[in-house]
Design a binder for this molecule. Structure first.
Ligand SMILES: NC(=O)c1ccc[n+]([C@@H]2O[C@H](COP(=O)([O-])OP(=O)(O)OC[C@H]3O[C@@H](n4cnc5c(N)ncnc54)[C@H](O)[C@@H]3O)[C@@H](O)[C@H]2O)c1
Ligand SMILES: [Zn+2]
Length: 383
């Protein structure tokens, strides 16, 4: 038996931001990152909708990419002072994830970060506020995931907070918000969406529903990512990528991810490599490694007119090159000295990452280190 987890209500399609008008309440705090939603007019549109709905509002801004615990605590304090009954995470996934974690502390002020990072470590929410997610990147699917990724900057470790409490009450998937996404963010986040679909499809939890969502997302990425990258104003491609991201999030929040994410959490936490870029570098090699343990990659190869896991990995490498994402961590710019200093510890942390337990092939720390090194030097994994 299985239960399919989903957001409370989800609107998708060009112009669906207007559906925000239906929320009922008194006070909303809007959590944003830097300048992008101010500059592209999206924040002003959200504020106008809230004015029309007679909801008092304020903004918490300044959430950095890969948000830190420090920012989360700052935001929770602002929530306490404003006392909202709606929280609106608006922008890239970093802003939305930080808002989710702030929400948990706002509801439970004594909650520590150590408690939050335990599986299901977040007590019931919604006693003070409900949550709206409005993404402006097409990658993580956070609008539909039971997850928030927060970085402990002192340790250089990214922690996934995992709890179905974190599923938004309202999600708005409007591709218009993505038009201003820079090319490199479009490329990285698009391959993140692809990675979610691929890892969910081969997860060791078998689920027909998640499989269908994953396959749908993969087809959309292969058909639309290059168009969205080359022609940022193609709103059809933008919406299709936004839908792909949401389908991937929908799939993985039910069957979880694998070691591409275990590796990316380390590569991002230690070297600051953008999440999607780290995934893009690791995904083909993880497919090669996992292919001895599952024949499910062959199904995915057929979606793109190929037959084997190796051909599927190669198709992803071609897509990656076409959207100008580096093929190795060395090419990304990490020095060999820094790499060698960190790789062993990264392999240990990657083994301990919760995603590792859902990977189709069981592995040890030595194998994890070998995969990491292959990704650093841009070599093909063959063991
Ligand atoms: N919650 C989840 O389910 C989940 C899943 C996977 C990864 N993550 C985490 O999500 C984070 C990455 O989020 P992301 O990939 O969305 O990137 P991001 O939120 O960090 O944004 C990247 C950059 O793009 C800018 N930006 C965003 N939207 C824009 C737009 N429309 N126009 C112009 N600029 C825009 C941001 O201001 C930022 O500078 C990482 O911390 C990653 O670990 C979360
Ligand atoms: Zn991801």
């Amino acid at each position: 038996m299985a239960k399919l987890f989903q957001a409370g209500e989800l609107h998708h399609g060009l112009g669906s931001l207007a559906e925000l008008k239906n929320i009922k309440g008194k006070k909303a705090i809007i959590v944003i990152g830097g300048k992008s939603v101010k500059e592209n007019g999206v924040l002003a549109r959200v504020e106008t909708i809230l004015d029309e709905a007679n909801i008092e509002h304020t903004v918490f801004s300044g959430v950095e990419p890969d948000p830190s615990i420090i920012t989360v605590r700052k935001g929770a304090k602002a929530f306490e002072e404003f006392n909202p009954d709606w929280i609106i995470g608006l922008g890239g996934c970093s802003a939305i994830d930080a808002a989710k974690a702030m929400w948990a502390i706002y509801e439970h002020p004594t909650l520590t970060f150590d408690q939050m990072i335990k599986v299901a470590g977040i007590p019931p929410l919604r006693n003070k506020a409900r949550f709206v997610a409005i993404p402006s990147t097409s990658g993580t699917g956070t609008e539909i995931t039971a997850l928030a990724v927060i970085t402990d900057t002192e340790k250089g470790v990214k922690y996934p907070l995992v709890s179905h409490e974190l599923l938004p009450d309202l999600s708005i998937v409007d591709g218009e918000l993505c038009e201003t996404m820079p090319k490199n963010v479009t490329a990285n986040t698009g391959i993140d969406a692809l990675t979610h679909c691929v890892e969910a499809y081969v997860s060791n939890i078998d689920d027909n529903y998640a499989d269908a969502l994953s396959k749908g997302g993969i087809e959309l990425v292969f058909k639309n990512l290059e168009t969205a990258y080359n022609n940022p104003s193609d709103l059809t491609a933008r919406q299709n990528m936004h839908d792909a991201s949401c389908l991937g999030g929908f799939a993985f929040t039910n069957v979880w991810l694998g070691i591409v994410h275990s590796l990316a959490h380390q590569i991002g936490g230690v070297f600051g490599v953008p999440h999607g870029c780290a995934n893009a570098i690791a995904l083909p090699n993880v497919i090669r490694f996992n292919a001895t343990a599952t024949d499910k990659y062959q199904d995915l190869a057929r979606l793109v007119g190929k037959n084997t896991a190796e051909e599927f990995a190669a198709e992803i490498e071609t897509l990656r090159a076409n959207v100008n994402v580096p093929a190795s961590l060395k090419e990304y710019g990490i020095s060999e000295q820094d790499w060698k200093k960190n790789v062993k510890e990264m392999a240990q942390h990657a083994i301990a990452d919760p995603c590792t337990s859902f990977n189709p092939r069981v592995l040890d720390v030595v194998e994890m280190e070998k995969i990491l090194n292959a990704c650093y030097y841009g070599e093909k994994v063959n063991f």
